[in-house]
Design a protein around this ligand. Structure first.
Ligand SMILES: C[S@@+](CC[C@H](N)C(=O)[O-])C[C@H]1O[C@@H](n2cnc3c(N)ncnc32)[C@H](O)[C@@H]1O
Length: 329
């Protein structure tokens, strides 16, 4: 890795990732979240003359990294989300790969340097999109959605207990334009010592929503499993419980075998050197059989962090049927 790129982001669990991926020359590796190449460039050294295909959604990060690439390199970088893995691989003319790495979440550069409102500690436009040319910024959503819609996003993706109160206050305080506007609202509902955690939950929820992160992850994982060779390895670093729960569902599917029985977490030493690593969890799986992606994407258990509660669903259906019968009588 170019030393100056390290100033933008410090890779998490680097030694552990390199170990779990069991790298050797000639392998073809997808780094689905290339960022500043903290993992990708180290992988590229180990697989040379094999190659690394890096996906990076943020155009700014993509520009900085591609400008620093040497003229001859075994890294192919694509400014594309991993949910378009199919298209990206087709573009570089590769159909099957040996390893895939997902390092979810944000780089330090996204948080500090893009000016898109990823940090509630800075006053910036509340955008929160990884790619500012795609989708709707968070302020637009907050200024158009109903209390119910906002409440649902905060509850589902942030597991925020005061989602109803915060959603109502957002609607009453419109227009919301900046991180500062939203921070003032969240702060109203918590004493000082809980405020940062509450804002972290609200920011997480809105970021997941505007980037459609869980659906993209589901698609990205399915496509990664499609293109992995049998015997190939998939490794995922997640940073919050919804991501980890989505990844963990893989253990229910017979086409993969877990390599990590329990998630690998950073050492005390890494956490003290890089506090942002504290919530990281690394899980790895080996593909042991072919996968049919269309069937997989129809399976609601696959990479779904919200477990389908069959008992509740059955009870609800029975209730509805009873109501219908009563009405008919
Ligand atoms: C935690 S960083 C990766 C850091 C990288 N492993 C390193 O060490 O430099 C996650 C990166 O994924 C990017 N990203 C977010 N969503 C993405 C998506 N759907 N597809 C591809 N990249 C995405 C972010 O812009 C960010 O640069």
């Amino acid at each position: 890795m170019d030393r100056s790129l390290r100033e933008y982001h410090r890779p998490v669990l680097l030694r552990e990732v390199l170990e779990v991926l069991d790298l050797r020359p000639h392998l073809v590796v997808v780094d689905a979240t290339f960022g500043f190449g903290g993992h990708g460039f180290e992988i590229a050294k180990k697989v040379d003359p094999g190659i690394v295909i890096g996906f990076e959604k943020d155009p700014e990060t993509y520009r900085i990294v591609s400008e620093s690439l040497p003229p001859i390199t075994n890294v192919r970088l694509l400014n594309m989300g991993y949910e378009r893995l199919d298209e990206g691989l087709l573009k570089v003319g590769i159909l099957s790969v040996d390893r895939v790495l997902f390092d979810l979440g944000m780089s330090s550069f996204s948080i500090e340097g893009t000016g898109r409102g990823f940090s509630f500690r800075k006053n910036e436009p509340l955008d929160l999109r990884f790619n500012p040319n795609e989708g709707e910024p968070a302020y637009e959503f907050l200024n158009r959605a109903s209390v119910r819609e906002i409440e649902e996003v905060l509850r589902k993706y942030g597991e925020e207990r005061k989602s109803g109160l915060i959603a109502r206050e957002i609607v009453n305080s419109r227009p919301i334009k900046t991180t500062g506007d939203l921070a003032v609202i969240v702060d109203k509902f918590y004493p000082p010592k809980w405020r940062n955690k509450a804002k972290a939950r609200v920011w997480q929820a809105l970021r997941i929503y505007v980037n459609d992160e869980l659906e993209n992850l589901r698609r990205g994982l399915a496509l990664a499993l499609k293109h992995l060779k049998v015997g190939g390895i998939l490794a995922v670093i997640s940073f919050h419980s919804l991501e980890d729960r989505a990844v963990k569902t893989l253990k229910n599917f017979p086409f993969v075998e877990p390599i990590t029985k329990k998630p690998i977490v950073p050492t005390e030493e890494e956490i003290s050197e890089n506090p942002r690593s504290r919530s990281a969890k690394l899980r790895a799986y080996m593909k042991v059989a072919e996968v049919d992606v269309s069937t997989l994407l129809l399976d609601r258990r696959f990479a779904n962090p919200f477990p389908v509660r069959w008992k509740e669903t059955r009870r609800r259906i029975r209730r509805e049927v009873r109501k219908l019968r009563k009405r008919r009588r």
